[in-house]
Structure formats: C-alpha cells, structure tokens
Write a protein that binds this ligand. Structure first.
Ligand code: NAD
Length: 403
C-alpha cells in the first residue's frame, strides 16, 4: 500500500487514502496517552473504511527523547517533517530549563508560523464540572499565536538597554516610566490580526456557527487590542458583506443566513462566559487573552485533561494537533492519566483532513465512555459511583463503544 503526502493546492488540503502523518509522542505521560489515542484513531479509521483508508504514522522527535538521541530539543528534521507532510499531532513536551529554548511549543508554533491556536470547548455529559449548566458551553476559541506579549520582546530591569529605552521614551514622547522597570513590548499587527480573524470567520461559516465574538482590552490598549477589534469589523464589512453582519448594524437580529460579528471587553467576557455561555460561539482574540480564555473555558467543562487543540497556518496548510495539558511527570509511565485531550485532538485532526465520519465516531464513543462512568483517576475522584480505569483501559472502552 503506497503511503503519500498530504498536499495543499488552491487553499485546499488534498488528503490521500494512506497519508503519512508525523507524530511527536511527547514527554512524561506523552507515551501513555499517545499509545491510547493512536489506537482509538486507527480503530475509528478502520471501522469507517475497512482498510481502504489508513494513516501511516511517522515518529518524529522533540523534547527529552530528541535530546537523548540527537542532543537537540527540536531537531531540524522534525520541523522539516511537519513542513513536508503538513498535518501532524503531538503529545505534551517538557519545557527545557536553560538551553536557550523558551518553550518547545512556542518554538514549533513560531518556526512553522502556526498563527491560529484553535481550541474547541464543549461539554460531555457526566463529566464533573464546577458550574451548574456546563452543557451550555459550546465555543471554539481562535487565539492569535505569533504576537502580543508572547513575541518575547522583553528587557530586564537591570539591563542597560532598558535604561536607554526609558530615557529615549522620556525624551521623545515625554513618557515617565519608573526607573528600574522591566519593559515588555506588545506588538499587534494588522497583518496577523486579519489572518487570525479571517480564519475565525471562515471557520464559523464552514461550521454553521451563529456568531463570532472578538474579545479584547481595547478600552485600555487602544492601538493594539482596540485596533484588533476595529480591523475585525473592517474585515467583515469589506470581505464578507453577504454572510457576516455586525451586531450594531443588525441590532442583534441578523437576517436569515447571516452570522453576527460582535465584540466584548475581556474582563466582562470572563463574567459572561460563566453567566451566559450560550451567547458565545466562535471567539477570536489576541494571544494573552486567548491563553487565559482557553484554560478558563476548559475548566468549565472538566479541565485541560479534556480539551483538544490545534495550531494551524490556514494559508499554507500546516496544522499540528496537540494535547493541551502538560507532561504531568509524576504520572509518567503509570498508564494512569486521562487520554481524552489527545484523543479529541486526533478527532479534530481527522475532521480537518475531511475524514469526518471517523471523527464523529470517536466523539460519540467518547461521549458513551464518559457517560458510563468508567473513567481515569482524575475524573473518577470527582464523579459519584465512578469506576477508575487505566489510561489504556479507557482507550479500549472507547474503541469497544465505536460500533
Ligand atoms: P501539567 O498539565 O503537566 O499538570 C497540571 C496538573 O494536571 C497536574 O496535577 C497533572 O497531574 C494534571 N494532568 C495533566 N494532564 C493530565 C491528564 N491527561 N490526565 C490527568 N491529569 C492530568 O502542567 P505542569 O505541571 O504545569 O507542567 C509540566 C510540564 O509540562 C512542564 O515542563 C511544562 O512546561 C510542560 N507543559 C507542556 C505543555 C504542552 O506541551 N502543550 C503544556 C503545558 C505544560
């Protein structure tokens, strides 16, 4: 059986029946959850297409395993494999202390220019939640991945450069920055904002979503967060006049067939996501806001152990799907932790590839498994009458429920 590369032409992924997909197993609990998730993904594909379609997994190295074998945390061959094969998946990676790399995840996102961090957040019945009506949460967060305070443009308070910049700004702008301040720069460009906002709008249209909410702090940070919001409305007006309407223009009542674009200040959003979650659908936001929002929303539906994610460059067709939690080193190798985040990321990857039947099969089997209360320790300790099962036994259960 010939295995092939996924191609990208005319803004479309062309997925062969036997695509080669690179994977990074991950550190800590990575191997446990990868074994579980890959088994579930393969099983779903097999059930849907009886061998006609099959993923050819190709292991690539990053993190501790890469360092042990190649003395590099993120070898160039790994980056090259993601470029060549376009769609990949990864487990969690340790952030090396020292060694010149701030975070392997950030490095991967930057090197491949994966500008959209996409996090769907929905509730699975039976999963313990700290809120009364978690089923009302059904959102997809689009977080800008390349700019904002994450650009890493910082000067330590003791650096001469920081003192020089403070002096320069005092002289040229009349700004009084307290001596001894550390300085961070928050760039928000029209280019990066538009491509992120465009992805969110395209996603909302393709998935029959009702609204896009831009979450920002434009009331305070007018030329960065405020500009992000303004560019979003401008984009909707200029590029999507037939399909997207602003809340103001339709007074909250969109004509049939159109979706609404609206905005909210980040602090209010955190309140409303708890009190009126049903009013939010696709969320488009800047990097730092998106970081907080993704984890806060995940907490409402059972925590990061349950939340899938992807980092995507829609313009070039690159996508890396990932478990959103970390390496939980104290549970490494114990076959104990919850593989749901990586399983759902796998389902998201299949959907992205157009293999929707397999994706739906996984989601519905996962729903049944969680409802059966045979779950891993993290959920079992919070669920009444639950039976604790291992990571691999949970994967077996999901496979068995995939009729
Ligand atoms: P963590 O996510 O590893 O752990 C936080 C808590 O959640 C711990 O109590 C852990 O036991 C639990 N947990 C995590 N995943 C779980 C799962 N699947 N099932 C059940 N329980 C789970 O975060 P941390 O302890 O802050 O970070 C540990 C390492 O992971 C660090 O090196 C950090 O840099 C890295 N990290 C990587 C990623 C990533 O690769 N995307 C994300 C976050 C942290």
């Amino acid at each position: 059986m010939a295995s092939e590369k996924i191609q990208f032409e005319n803004n479309q992924l062309l997925v062969p029946d036997n695509p080669i997909i690179p994977f990074i197993e991950g550190d800590g609990i990575g191997p446990d959850i990868w074994r579980a998730a890959s088994r579930v993904i393969d099983h779903a594909v097999r059930l849907c297409w009886q061998g006609k379609r099959r993923i050819q997994w190709k292991e690539v190295l990053a993190g501790e395993k890469a360092y042990r074998e190649t003395a590099k945390w993120l070898p160039e061959e790994t980056l090259q494999a993601f470029r060549t094969f376009r769609v990949g998946i990864k487990g969690p990676l340790t952030t090396p202390i020292g060694g010149g790399i701030r975070s392997l995840n950030v490095a991967l996102r930057q090197q491949l220019d994966l500008y959209a961090c996409v996090r769907p957040v929905r509730y699975f019945p039976g999963v313990p939640s700290p809120v009364r009506e978690p089923q009302k949460v059904d959102m997809v967060v689009f977080r800008e991945n390349t700019e904002d305070v994450y650009a890493g443009l910082e000067l330590e308070s003791s650096q001469e450069d920081a003192r020089a910049l403070i002096a320069y700004l005092a002289e040229t702008k009349g700004w009084h920055i307290r001596p001894g301040s550390g300085i961070g720069i928050k760039p928000i460009s029209k280019f990066a904002s538009l491509r992120l906002l465009r992805s969110a709008i395209e996603y909302a249209l393709a998935h029959g979503r009702k609204s896009i909410t831009m979450v920002h702090k434009g009331n305070i940070q007018k030329f960065t967060e405020g500009a992000f919001r303004n560019w979003g409305y401008e984009l909707a007006r200029n590029e999507y006049p037939g399909s997207v309407v602003s809340w103001e223009d339709c007074k909250g009542n969109p004509p049939a067939g159109k979706i609404v674009i609206k905005d909210t200040i980040a602090d209010i959003f955190f309140q409303q996501a708890l009190t009126r979650p049903e009013e939010f659908d696709v969320i488009a936001t800047t990097n730092l806001n998106g970081d907080y929002i993704s984890d806060a929303l995940a907490a409402q539906v059972g925590g990061v152990g349950m939340a899938p994610g992807a980092n995507i460059n829609y313009q070039e067709g690159y996508a890396v799907f990932e478990a959103t939690h970390g390496t939980a080193p104290k549970y490494a190798g114990q076959d104990k932790v919850n593989p749901t985040s990586l399983i759902l990321s796998g389902a998201m990857m299949l959907e992205h590839m157009g293999w929707k039947e397999a994706s739906r099969k996984i989601e519905s089997a996962l729903e049944k498994a969680l409802a059966s209360r045979q779950v891993t320790y993290d959920l079992a300790r919070l669920m009444p009458e639950a039976e604790e099962v291992s990571c691999s036994a949970f994967a077996d259960l999901v496979c068995a429920l995939m009729a």
